[in-house]
Design a protein around this ligand. Sequence first.
Ligand code: C2E
Ligand code: MG
Ligand code: MG
Length: 526
Amino acid sequence: MRRRLLLGLTVLCALVVGVAMPALAWHESRRQAREAAAELALGYALDVLHRSDETSRQAQRAIGLLEQAGHPPCSPVELTLMRELDLTSTYLQAVGHVGAGRMLCSSMGAFVFDLGPEAFRTSRGVAIYLDVPLGEPGKSPLIALQLGRYAVLIHRDLPLDTSTGIPGVGLGVFQLDQPLHRAPDLARGEARRAWVSRLGGATQASFADGGYLVAVVRSIHYEIAAAAAIPLAYVDERARAIGARLVPAGVVAGLALAAAIGLLAKQQRSLAGALRHALRRGEFFLQYQPIVALDSGRCVGVEALLRWRRATGELVGPDIFIPVAEQSGLMPQLTRRVLQLVEADVGRFLAEHPDFHIALNLSAADLLTGAIDEALDGFMARSGARASNIILEITERGFLDMDAAQPVIAALRMRRLEIAIDDFGTGYSSLSYLESLALDFLKIDRSFIEAIGTRAPTSQVVGHIIAMARTMGLRMIAEGVERREQADFLAMQGVQYAQGWLYGRPAAFSEVVARYREAAEREVAG
Ligand code: C2E
Ligand code: MG
Ligand code: MG
């Protein structure tokens, strides 16, 4: 049932990933296309604004210089100046002298012509004529800007002469002090004055409106703004083009990920199968690592560590197979096997050495099922071991389901078995469960011992853990002690026990006991 559920979940997971990756790729294509189009639109709008700014600057300069010169109206000397200004102003078609709405003379010569109807007047008093009747009637390409006695003529397409290369792009120039319902002052294609209101107080804005992706920019020199609008149809087309590259990559990535998930799940399943097989064929064995008292340096016990040698000869570490056993519900069986192995390894040793202890690792499942009780009883009865010979190590994961773990731990302690919290500080440690559970030992995790005397940010943590354990009356075992300085530091801080390569690597029980006996004999002799 459980296996079927896992298989279902794996397939679902693989399917979700398989579909999600192409969807993400499509989403990314749209995002990229939109971002690129927004950037293009902004570039066009800035170009139009630059041209408009330059036109206004040249008009202002020409009129200013004519005013300043103060030559008699339409005198040869004024006409010469007008021609000079016309020649040096790239955006101006003509510069002239105005009277009663007519150009009296200009850089084009001394002939008189009408400026047409005045369209509006800006807040700075510049009169704008949008339809100067020169050339073909009704199709005048010229507009006039008049300030006081002078006016300039501008070709209406010049400020908009930005090459875009995209069909249907709209460009527009707007006087900011004109009402929003008015048509744009200059426009090529779609341009709406209402877009200007999207600027708010900003100098530029990008948004989508009425089938266009729009960019609007405001001049910092004049009361004008420019806009560029790219049709959304073009953006969609670009998204499809980018998608044609990205989506297949997304499909491949999705399939690869889905396959990887499937493979991993299969491997886990096959590993669980192999574990069951290994239990039947007796492929597990134990190694024991000495635990020493820091004050005397004497070995006071060992920790039993499980090993798996596969039929192929490959040695698999507990870091790999314990999580698989936990996930596939095999842990109680494995713990029972550990007790059988301990029994076979230690024989009557514990019965003869009541002060020597053996530490056994338990998993959360051992506490939840409560089956550990019975297995321990059998072990103690047959080996003659006392409760004082046994320490049970539980990692923080074992306490996750507090309500279930608490009575089991209390019952074990009632029987005078001692309990250690293993790998302290690496998991979900919260002080609250330490306080609510009565424990005997705290094993300080290797990562904090490693940091002693280094500049690692965790180097201070060990001091806090020691202080806390002391306050709670817990005895401490430091894990992973590899260097003499670490041992000295820990002894100075009042840590009672240590375990690590400095004192011995995990080895067969007989080997550890031989060393233990040698040391005891040396002590007697010395
Ligand atoms: P643990 O209980 O914290 O065991 C200590 C681990 O640190 C062991 O790794 C040991 O070989 C390693 N170690 C000891 N001293 C040193 C040292 O000085 N330096 C370094 N670098 N490492 C050191 P191992 O044997 O690979 O075990 C890993 C974990 O697997 C154990 O961590 C324990 O949580 C779990 N485990 C092992 N055997 C059993 C078992 O029978 N039952 C359960 N439930 N878990 C077990
Ligand atoms: Mg342990
Ligand atoms: Mg540990």
